[in-house]
Write a protein that binds this ligand. Structure first.
Ligand SMILES: *[C@@H]1O[C@H](CO)[C@@H](O)[C@H](O)[C@H]1NC(C)=O
Ligand SMILES: *[C@@H]1O[C@H](CO)[C@@H](O)[C@H](O)[C@H]1NC(C)=O
Length: 263
């Protein structure tokens, strides 16, 4: 287990050329049937009424959001490739790092083929390994609290896959099926996962949760909470949700701001 934890220190996804040995995932996804199933679960729903926005300056797309170990931030990755840090209302945003100037380059063009791969990068040997192929538009990725498994959002197939890291066989399980396409996954400090439901509101889904934009799961894939976007524009097309101290920080590739929602 220890060895695996080291090996999996850093994981990332790439969408690459077709592989000859692609494995096709067995479970068929019946979207309509699933939507019905989803609706009958009476869950704890947060309705997004009062939210606060932190505007960006001359840049868009706070796609991913993080805090450092001192609780400072948020830090956001924005569409021009920079990482900005929020220093509070007085000082505003300051540039933190410029890791890359090309983002999102290949994403959308590859959304309907199954050439997505899950890669593992070993920080010590600097080697990269392909651990799984045949994914359709893999997107968010998150380790669980004790690093025994990894969740991957497979956007086009509207589901979350679970890979057990200690296992010899890295064949994933379906962790959750979703009513809309998932984007990023983020773990909170209790080890629960928020999954962003993105890209298009596909019409009316349900009376209790007419506009699900985020769903929170426990480690076994049970739904704990849903966030209802209330059809408000601030919540269209969101990419990530980060829960800290009963506050949700919500990012979007298309927006000019980070949305803050307390619950
Ligand atoms: C969350 O609360 C803890 C304890 O009060 C604090 O140390 C931490 O800075 C807070 N984090 C954020 C991001 O507000
Ligand atoms: C890690 O967490 C998972 C999920 O809660 C649990 O099933 C597993 O037993 C834990 N493994 C260890 C080594 O603690």
């Amino acid at each position: 287990m220890k060895k695996y934890q080291l090996l999996f220190l850093m994981l990332y996804l790439a969408l690459c050329v077709n592989q000859s040995h692609q494995r096709i995932l067995s479970q068929k996804h019946d979207a309509k049937k699933f939507d019905e199933q989803f609706l009958h679960q009476k869950q704890n729903v947060i309705v997004s009424k009062d939210c606060e926005l932190i505007n960006l300056v001359k840049v868009t797309g706070p796609e991913s959001i993080a805090f450092d170990c001192k609780g400072e931030g948020p830090y956001v990755g924005v569409s021009d490739g920079r990482i900005l840090k929020w220093h509070g209302p007085k000082l505003g945003w300051k540039e933190f790092a410029i890791p890359s100037s090309i983002r999102y380059a290949d994403f959308l063009s590859k959304s309907t083929d199954n050439s997505g791969r899950l890669l593992k990068y070993d920080l010590h040997t600097k080697n990269t390994f392909v651990i799984y192929t045949g994914l359709m538009f893999p997107n968010g990725v998150a380790l669980n609290k004790n690093h025994s498994f990894l969740l991957v959002a497979e956007t086009t197939r509207r589901r979350i896959l679970k890979f057990y890291l200690g296992a010899n066989n890295l064949e994933p399980e379906v962790f959750a099926k979703l009513p809309r396409v998932p984007d990023n996954i983020k773990m909170n400090d209790k080890g629960e996962f928020w999954v962003a439901l993105n890209a298009g509101r596909l019409g009316k889904i349900d009376d209790d949760v007419p506009d699900p934009i985020r769903t929170k799961y426990d480690q076994e894939g049970r739904i704990l909470k849903q966030l209802d976007g209330n059809n408000e524009d601030v919540f269209s097309s969101i990419s990530e949700i980060n829960e800290v101290n009963r506050t949700l920080y919500i990012g979007s590739v298309t927006k000019l701001y980070v949305t803050i929602l307390k619950f």
